[in-house]
Design a binder for this molecule. Sequence first.
Ligand code: MRU
Length: 360
Amino acid sequence: MKKIYPLLWKSKVLFLLDQRALPEKKRYLACRTLKDVQKCIQRMIVRGAPALGVAAAFAMVLEARRAFDKLNSQGKGYSFTQLLKYLTLAGSILQQTRPTAVNLAWGIRRMLSKCLKLKGARPDAILSGLEQEALRIYREDVAINRKIGFYGASLIANGSRVLTHCNAGALATAGYGTALGVIRSAYSQGKITHVYTSETRPFLQGSRLTAWELQQEGIPFSIIVDSAAGYFMHQGEISCVIVGADRIAANGDVANKIGTYTLAVLARENNLPFYVAAPFSTIDLSLGCGQEIVVEERAPHEITAFRGKPLAPAGAQAKNPAFDITAGHLITALITEHGLLPAPQNGKLAQFVRQGGGTA
Ligand code: MRU
């Protein structure tokens, strides 16, 4: 596999591969503060739920360094309580940047709990402990994706033509990908003959990012417009659908890129399996059902213009929910790093998580 690095941590600086510029330009932007990371998340320079969790973890390291510098410059010296206060506040602001992707909050929580464990340590030990934790989250994510790929590939029949939506690939994670990880793994086993990637209006994660990844990998693919999915399913061109997730509620309802729900309904109508690939960190058992998930509403100009070029009459109104909710009963199986959960509804998900997974 050609390695793709959406995030790089070098000389205590976080470099993010600018996903607005792909596939034309491959450029990295440097983040030296948590605010830099926040801006990059808002602008979709980094995106995809697991990648947001990893970016948030490094943002917390940057914030801790800033907090120490600030306390020193004020001549206040080190105070653990003050540090924790700064980190908690910064984390809660960062978390609001993209409210649907639960991995963002998960990454922040994990860094805060690491910080609490470092209470009593010297400032340099705290900074290095936090940095090590962020690096651990980064490395774990790649390992988790490979496991998701391994379990998911077992669901794919020989000769499959798979449809995926948005980008749940290496770019949306620390590397390898969730839904695209399953595709990578099943393709390497010779099971996939073709991948269909829907464009994914308005940010075009499918036609720009997933297509770019598939091309690098040499996996045969076709881009289709979002509204062509039903046509290809009905023509018998598609064997199954695999998507990622931004948040999964306790009853198995899934928030993912807008258009996912439409694909799930179409898959059911056409008797096709519909799989969701996601790590445990995307499961949010604190929410009973999908209706409780906050759906991020993005700016209308993302629909009415692309890279500054108008696509609609001046002054046209647009509504831009970034995600939708797919009911658990439409999902054939959930693919996680701890195994597969078929039909993740009726309280099965909470039990699956509590017992640490298991392949049914
Ligand atoms: O708005 P985005 O591009 O961040 O949305 C991404 C998705 O919807 C992905 O499917 C999801 O985050 C899973 S990525 C492994």
